[in-house]
Ligand binder design. Structure first.
Ligand SMILES: Nc1ncnc2c1ncn2[C@@H]1O[C@H](COP(=O)(O)OP(=O)(O)OP(=O)(O)O)[C@@H](O)[C@H]1O
Ligand SMILES: [Mg+2]
Length: 248
């Protein structure tokens, strides 16, 4: 099966701290991979490397056949931004722009859409996340769940082939988590995009992922189908982690 994301033996250090140690895995086109693991295990760093927000020290990354190299040119970064969308834990919306302005910025800048084209499309994506009526609001006037849905719509507005989602519900009040996860469930159900998500929501990972990776201290400890990994983990460290998080 063709890989949308192909990672071979990547390593990453911050100073002397080895954050990613010889990581390899593939995500086939259109599939969903969930990464779970304790705080500090390198999950965010891994996603940032895939999106060229951080540079790997060693190894190879291909995103839909496009090679991520250590010293990318502006052109490479631009091509990657067109293919890959990322949503962060802390939303990262532009506070001085309205919701619709947040959505049209990148399609205009990176994809060269006119303002009216970008606005038309943005409205469709806002509707998809249930926020058609908030187009002219500023982010600070929205709830956390609404802001995160705007961030998802903003990523979708670039029509990325690959979506990277980094703990997108962990900054939210518990009662707002469901609305954001439901939006992701709908995106998954379309089967249009390859999705790599980091999450602490084990039930959600089990439902939506085709494959799960448990990472600890920069290493992949275990990888498998969600039903196998959650029900019957092979490694003691996976078992301990799941016990801790599920009894939480
Ligand atoms: N820019 C940076 N400079 C130095 N060290 C960093 C930097 N970013 C991350 N680290 C370190 O790298 C390690 C992995 O961090 P990372 O954010 O990838 O973990 P994580 O698995 O996403 O954790 P969490 O579940 O808390 O989000 C941590 O020890 C962190 O302190
Ligand atoms: Mg993180």
């Amino acid at each position: 099966m063709k890989s949308a994301i192909s990672i071979q033996n990547i390593s990453k250090k911050f100073g002397t701290l080895e954050v990613l140690k010889n990581i390899s895995f593939d995500v086939p086109v259109g599939r969903v991979l969930a990464i779970i693991g304790p705080s500090g295990s390198g999950k965010t760093t891994l996603l940032r490397c895939l999106n060229l927000l951080a540079r790997i020290d060693d190894g190879k990354i291909e995103m839909n056949g496009f090679s991520i190299i250590n010293k990318p040119t502006n052109f490479n970064i631009r091509v990657l931004r067109e293919k890959v969308g990322m949503v962060f834990q802390q939303f990262n919306l532009w506070p001085h722009k309205t919701v619709i302005e947040n959505l049209i910025e990148a399609p205009m800048l990176v994809r060269g859409l006119s303002r009216s084209e970008a606005t038309e499309k943005a409205k469709i994506f806002l509707k998809r996340v249930g926020l058609a009526d908030k187009a002219n609001e500023y982010p600070s006037r929205l709830s956390g769940g609404q802001q995160q849905r705007v961030a998802i719509a903003r990523a979708l507005a670039m029509e990325p082939e690959i979506l990277l989602l980094d703990e997108i519900t962990s900054a939210l009040d518990p009662e707002l988590v469901g609305e954001v996860l439901n939006v992701v469930r709908e995106i998954v159900a379309e089967h249009k995009r390859t999705i790599l998500l980091v999450t602490h929501e084990m039930g959600f990972a089990r439902d939506v992922a085709d494959e799960v990776i448990f990472m600890d201290k920069g290493i992949i400890i275990e990888q498998g189908k969600p039903d196998d990994l959650f029900r019957d983990p092979k490694q003691e460290r996976t078992r301990q982690f799941l016990q801790r998080i599920l009894n939480y």
